[in-house]
Design a binder for this molecule. Structure first.
Ligand code: GRF
Length: 213
């Protein structure tokens, strides 16, 4: 596909950025033929995600939240300015530790995805892996979903199931789930950018890939 026709994507990340890295690596390997990660934004100046972006030659921007305490919409307005100035068409939340306001949700309707380390609707919110372990679930996993106004409540795009072992700790389960996150997130972005994902209310349908026929 013509480089100019690629969907221009921004990744928002607050920390480690391993999912960002998986997306950058997938693009580099040619596994995101219709998407280009053009920008990484963080609310944390120390985020390793910013360093990963720079190392990959992707513009990395820290948008300081401190002047906007309790004024989420205004902070999102600052982010929106940066997104617009980079002609961003689609947002990926990869460990972005903030709830988005209507400012971003309305600017990008059904154009924001998130990854969550549990099989939603089970164990939303923080520490999805710890919640699964403490509950005694025998399987957990990860979920890629569209972002709506709730916490981890938007329509589900893809899920991967991961076993919970008897001797798991939060760390071992998190590490096992993370491996699946790193495959599932690029896959979802690829399907969306190729126009193969259709949303009907809460249900998301993956169209047959014409190239796989
Ligand atoms: C991942 O577990 C993701 O599911 C959750 O936040 C974590 C981010 O990890 N939303 P990383 O920054 O991508 O390494």
């Amino acid at each position: 596909m013509d480089a100019q026709k690629k969907m221009n994507v921004a990744v928002l990340a607050s920390g480690r950025g391993s999912n960002l890295q998986a997306l950058l690596d997938a693009e580099k390997r040619g596994e995101l033929p219709c998407a280009h990660i053009a920008l990484v934004i963080s609310d944390n100046p120390e985020a390793k995600a910013l360093q990963r972006a720079q190392a990959a030659g992707v513009e990395a921007v820290f948008v300081d939240p401190t002047p906007f305490k309790k004024r989420r919409a205004e902070y999102d307005g600052e982010i929106l300015k940066v997104l617009r100035s980079h002609h961003i068409e689609f947002l990926v939340l990869a460990g972005f530790m903030r709830i988005l306001s209507d400012v971003l949700l309305n600017a990008y309707p059904n154009k924001i995805i998130n990854i969550h380390p549990a099989l939603l609707p089970a164990f939303p919110g923080l520490h999805g892996q710890r919640q699964a372990l403490e509950y005694g679930a025998k399987v957990s996993g990860c979920t890629v979903h569209f972002v709506d106004a709730g916490v981890d409540t938007g329509p589900i795009i893809l899920q991967a199931v991961v076993p919970v072992m008897d001797d798991d700790t939060e760390d071992t389960l998190s590490a096992r789930i993370l491996q699946y996150e790193h495959r599932t997130f690029p896959k979802a972005l690829d399907l969306i950018s190729r126009g193969l994902v259709r949303v009907e209310g809460r249900r998301v349908f993956i169209e047959e890939d014409p190239e796989q026929k």
